[in-house]
Design a protein around this ligand. Structure first.
Ligand code: IVH
Length: 667
């Protein structure tokens, strides 16, 4: 081939981006996957030979490998507003009346778009190249998640035209199929499945590793475009232009001259929403003429020229086959409905929680009943009511048992938490749930230790797994004797267990599954006491002296560390070499905040609250939320409130954000 490498690379990038667009946006590929892969391989090889010729819009640049510790906060050029919601036709008519008052003699025209149930995202392009992707955040500031955004296949890295500078906004979402695949994988890995596609999309965007984000196959619909001089007079033209620029724009949009047409459109989609391959939660109605939008402008929360008509929760009817009882990690017994599988809001539902005994009795739910299910915006399906007319003859009220369905220990009614509880801490159901929590990603992160395997480990007496501490005594021979356990997966599990011994102490503390001790509390405890032994020596008062710790946590922790069974687990972990002591902070020499108690008040622009606190910790300081005479330093952001005055009264050193950044060497 006589072509120069630079030209070949340019050609390949152009060609691959075109195919990528056809595949991911138009859903109309014109070459087979193998051909695409062949071209991509050629590009990868050429780029490896000529690293200086790698172009920023090369498809190889979509997935970076840099892990980001934190996402920087950025201020939106134009605030990302929300939309006012309506739920009825009348409210929609009022929306028009308000517009008519402002624009009495003008013709009105609207665009109706589907309201995609996803996560809003802002994209900035310079000279046609994607330079930044930012979450909505609080509308004023969002998080810069550019490396993750680049992995979304339907977001163009380069626009069809080199538009000088523009911002595009839209919705990141997950198609039902992709969502289901993600949840299947999570369940296999012993992780909690996402409740709905929106949560899954939001969680995916915040992953620290873009390679993992790429695997989530997120999608994007654009619905907003802004340049210094907008070239169009209507929203409809703007949407067409976005499509021309290579964005996916939802095709189910309608331009309507009357509100009646809009209403028809809304009703049609309320009926048809099930047929879409993704979730929508309503229809957005926008004034079409940009001049009219400008005249109406916005309140501090939402534009006056647009409104969201929200659909009510979707419902379905099905037969409740059986009521089963689930015993959770803390022994709480939850009744769960096993259902005749039914399609609801794009997913097949076969189980629904019945919450607790009271709920079951209040709704008079029986096995065999036909029930109405509902899935709201963000919840697991619930049983709304029993359809009495369809109750089969001879059915009987459900009797809540007196003993644990798993270990037969008499159940106890916990009146404070409105719960029925199995108090046998050796109950296999609790043991399994505890081990799963111990192994979960945010705890000890033991890959491969999922539900099926934990069930086997606990049920099979040869393994001698009675608690999380026993995991570390597992050996090749025992594991290889388990069902569906190949040598390779056994070795992987042993490796994962070994690796988990390096998890920092605060994660171990969280992994123990102590009631009320979540990840944040565990970190605060680890910071304040430094080791499990010092925690055990601490009195309830000592524990409560830590800012984040209230009486309930202190009591729960105190009791936990004194219970014989838990002490045994801790000793097994110690013997296995698990970290029961906090490492010395990884900073070199005494940092500027060494030993200092720091209170942050008001909003900082560079760091979120959690981030700033982590930063203080990493520099040897101790972040606290309440101010006292012992506080060494107060960092004051925007709208600081009364803490600033109090600090002044105490004569404590006060720094603004700039001075603080300066002090810690980030100025
Ligand atoms: S327009 C100022 N159009 O709904 C204009 N939003 O409840 C604001 N959304 O934050 C957005 N589909 O995340 C618009 N076709 C659509 C939308 C849409 C979904 C989301 C968006 C917004 C939220 C407001």
């Amino acid at each position: 081939m006589s072509e120069k490498p630079a030209d070949r690379i340019d050609g390949l990038v152009r060609e691959l981006n075109e195919h990528n667009y056809r595949y991911n946006v138009l859903n109309a590929p014109i070459i087979p996957d193998q051909d695409f892969d062949r071209l991509l391989r050629e590009l990868i090889e050429l780029e490896a030979e000529h690293p200086d010729l790698v172009r920023p819009d090369s498809p190889t640049q979509r997935v970076g490998s840099d892990l980001s510790e934190t996402f920087p906060t950025v201020v939106h050029n134009i605030p990302m507003l929300s939309l006012d919601n309506t739920y009825s036709e009348d409210e929609l008519r009022e929306f028009e009346t308000r517009i008519r008052r402002e624009l009495p003699s003008e013709d009105l025209c609207y665009v109706a778009e589907l309201k995609i149930d996803g996560v809003a995202l802002s994209l900035t392009y310079e000279n046609g190249l994607l330079v930044r992707g930012v979450t909505r955040g609080d509308g004023v500031r969002g998080e810069d998640i550019t490396p993750n955004v680049k992995t979304i296949p339907s977001i163009p890295i380069r626009l069809r035209e080199p538009v000088d500078r523009c911002e595009v906004r839209g919705e990141v979402y997950l198609a039902h199929k992709t969502f289901q695949a993600i949840n299947r994988e999570r369940e296999k890995a012993g992780e909690t499945p996402f409740a709905n596609p929106r949560n899954a999309a939001a969680g995916s965007l915040k992953l620290r590793d873009p390679r993992l984000v790429a695997k989530r196959r997120l999608s994007f619909f654009a619905y907003f475009f802004r340049t210094p001089d907008p070239p169009f007079h209507t929203h409809a033209e703007t949407l067409d232009y976005l499509q021309h620029l290579r964005f996916a724009v939802n095709s189910e949009r309608a331009v309507c001259d009357t509100l009646d047409d809009i209403v028809d459109h809304i009703h049609a989609w309320d009926r048809k929403r099930d047929t879409l391959p993704y979730d929508i939660d309503g229809v957005v109605v926008k004034l079409n003429a940009t001049s009219q939008q400008d005249k109406l402008s916005a309140t501090s929360k939402a534009p006056r020229w647009a409104i969201a008509f929200k659909f009510s929760a979707q419902q379905a009817e099905t037969v409740l086959r059986r009521i089963v009882l689930q015993v959770g990690r803390t022994g709480v017994v939850t009744p769960v409905a096993e259902l005749e599988p039914v399609l609801l809001a794009g997913t097949t539902v076969s189980r629904a929680t019945l919450h607790n005994r009271e709920e079951l009795e209040r709704k008079e739910i029986r096995e065999g009943d036909t029930v109405r299910l509902e899935k709201g915006g963000d919840v697991i399906p619930k049983v709304v009511e029993v359809i009495r007319e369809k109750r089969p003859a001879g059915s009987r009220p459900f009797r809540f048992p007196d003993a644990c369905p798993v270990c037969n220990t008499p159940l106890v009614h916990d009146k404070v938490e409105v719960a029925i509880r199995c108090i046998n801490t050796r109950c296999p159901a609790q043991v399994k749930a505890n081990i799963l929590h111990f192994a979960s990603r945010t705890a000890m992160d033991i890959e491969g230790l999922g539900v099926a395997l934990v069930n086997q480990l606990v049920d099979n007496t040869n393994t001698r797994v009675h608690d999380a501490g026993d995991l570390y005594s597992l050996d090749m021979e025992t594991l290889a004797g388990l069902e569906r356990m190949a040598q390779k997966s056994a070795q992987n599990l042993l490796d994962a267990l070994k690796a988990s011994r390096a998890r920092p102490f605060h994660r171990v503390l969280f992994a123990l599954g102590i009631r009320h001790v979540g990840a944040t509390v565990a970190r605060a405890l680890a910071d304040a006491f430094g080791s499990i032994d010092r925690l055990r020596e601490a009195s309830i008062e000592d524990l409560e002296a830590v800012h984040e710790i209230g009486p309930a946590i202190a009591r729960s922790l105190h009791d936990f560390l004194r219970a014989e069974q838990n002490r045994a687990v801790i000793e097994k972990l110690r013997a296995a070499g698990v970290q029961l002591e906090a490492e010395q902070q990884a900073h070199t020499g005494p940092g500027p905040l060494e030993g200092k108690t720091v209170v942050i008040t008001g909003a900082l622009s560079r760091w979120g609250r959690q981030q700033a606190q982590d930063l203080v910790r990493s520099l040897g300081g101790k972040p606290t939320s309440s101010l006292s005479k012992k506080t060494d330093l107060v960092v004051v952001g925007e709208n600081p409130g009364s803490k600033k005055d109090k600090a002044e009264a105490f004569g404590i050193r006060i720094l603004n954000e700039e001075a603080f950044a300066e002090l810690i060497g980030e100025g």
